[in-house]
Design a protein around this ligand. Sequence first.
Ligand SMILES: [Zn+2]
Length: 585
Amino acid sequence: MALISNDLINEIRRSVDIVDVISNYLPLTQKGKNFFGVCPFHDDTNPSMSVSKEKQIYTCFSCGATGNVFKFVMDYENISFVEAVKLVADNAGISINIGNNYKQKVNKNLEPLYKMYELSEMLYQNNINTVQGKEAIEYLKKRDIDESIIKEFGIGLSLHKRDVLTKLFLSKNYSYDVMLKSGLITKNDYGYIDMYQDRIMFPLWDVSGRIVGFSGRIYKGDGNFKYINTKETEIFKKGEILYNYHRAKDEARRLNTVIIMEGFMDVIRAYTIGVKNVVATMGTAVTKEHVTLLKRMAKNIILLFDGDAAGAKATYTCANELIKVGIVPKIVRLEENLDPDEYIKKYGKEKFLGKLTHPINVMDFKLSYLKKERDLTSNDDMSKYINDVLKELVNIEDEILFELTIKKITEESHLSEELLRKKVNDLKSNDDKKEENVVIKSEKVKKVTNKYTQAEENLIYYMLKSPEVIKIYDRKITYMPTDVYRFLARDISYFYKQYHLINVADFMTFLRDDKEKLDALSHILSLPLKEDFTLEEINDYINAIRDYNINFEQQRLKTKMREITDPIEKAKIAQKIIELKVKGD
Ligand SMILES: [Zn+2]
C-alpha cells in the first residue's frame, strides 16, 4: 500500500466540506448551526445524524457513529481508508498519486486467497475462449446468454481435468494448506485435486468487487449437483455478500430502488433486459449485514423471489426482517412457480417490466400469504387468520398501509373495526412492556463501567477539547490502565506535539482505519459531558487513574511477596508496598 502523508490527507480534508460530501449520499437539512439527515449506519427512521460544518465531523445521536469525511465515505462505500481518501480527492478534483495498489485491503493473511481467486478467474476465462470452451459457449447462447454478458459477468470454464488449477497454484508456490483454505482445491484418495472440473464458472464477488467464490454449473447432460458453490471461507461469507452489489449500487442509488432476487442467474437474466439495480442473496436468509448494505443502496426495496411456495415463504420471512428495522418493502410475485430467470425467458422483457412497475404492498402480500391453505368459511380458520394479520399490523408504522389493511380485514371478517383496532393496541402495549424490560437491563450493564475507566474517558474527552489538558496529561500521567485509552491518549499527545493544535476531524485522519481506536474515540465523543471543565475536575481524573495504578501495583507486589521465601527479598517488597501506600494517600 502506497503511503499518503498525513499532511496531504489533511489538505484534502480541508479542501472539501463534509456537508457537501455527505449531501451526495443522503439529503441533509439545516437546523441552526448543524445539518441533519437519516443515519445510514443504523436502522434509522428519524434523522439522528448531525453534521457539523464547523467541526467537519458527523455524529449519530442514536448509534454513536462518528467521524470525519473519510470515515463516512469509508463506511458508506465499504472501502478502505486509502480508497476513501482517493475517492474524496477525486470528487474534489485533487489529483494524488498513490499508485495502483490502493484497492488492496491491509489484511495480509487474506491476500493469498484473493490472489488465488484472481488467478483461477484468469484461467477459467481463458479456457472458455479456447476450442475446449466451444460447447460451453453454445450452451450459454442457447440460454440467451451472449458474449457481452459472458464478458460482463466474467463467466468462465473449468476443464475436464483433475488438477490444472492445483498445478498452477503449485507453480506459484502456494502451500497445500492455503489451497484447501481457498475452497478451490480439495483432497481425496488421489491427493489434491481441483474442486471444479468441467463446469461453467460464475464468479461471485464481495461488496468491493473482488472475486471471493464461484458457482460452477454442469452443462453436459444431467447430473446431481447442478450447481456447486464455494464453501464459506475467510473471504467468502454468504451472510455478508449480496451478489452483484458492487455493480448494482450506482444504478440503485440513481433510481432509489433496489430489487432483491434469490439466485445469481436471475440477476444475470435481469441484466440481459437492462434491469441493473438488482442483487441476490446467496441462498441465505437476509442478514443484518444485508440490511445495512441494502439501506445504503436505496430507499425502496422490492422483493422478487421465486414464484414457488418456498419463494413465498422466503418473501414473507425477508419482509418481516426488513419491517423490523423500519423498511417496508414492496413485493412482486411471479405466476406458475417461475423464478425471474424462467419468467423473463418465457414472457419476455415487456411483461416482466410490467410486473416490476406494479409491485404489491407488503400487507396485501401478507394477507394472501396468510390466507393460503386456510378455509375462511370456517370460523376457526378465520379467527386464526385475523389474529395473524393483527400481529403483523403491530409492526406497521406506515399509517396509510395500516388503515387500508384494517379496512380490508374488517370487510373480510365482518367484525367491528373498533374491536380490531383495540386488539392491535392491546398487542402493541404488550410489546412495549417487553421493550421496557430490555431497556432497564441495558441501563444496568452500562453502570458497571468503573470509576477508573470513567476517569480515563473523561480525561481523553477534554484532551480533545483543550491543549491545556494535553499538557497536564503529559506532565502527570505515566500509564493509562485500559489499553485502547492508553494508546489513544498517547496518540493525542503525539498529534499535538506534531501539529501544535488539536482538531478532532484531523485527529481522526491521523488514526486512519484503526477500528479499535476509532470506536473508542466515537464512544468518548458520544459521552454526555459538558463543554467546559475546571482544573479541579481534570485533577480528579488524574488522581483516579493514579490510584488505580497504585492499587494495581500494590496487588501485584502482595502476590509476589506471597510467592517469595527469601526473607530479605520479602522485606524489600514490603518496603515498596509501604512507599506506594504513602504515595497513594
Ligand atoms: Zn446512527
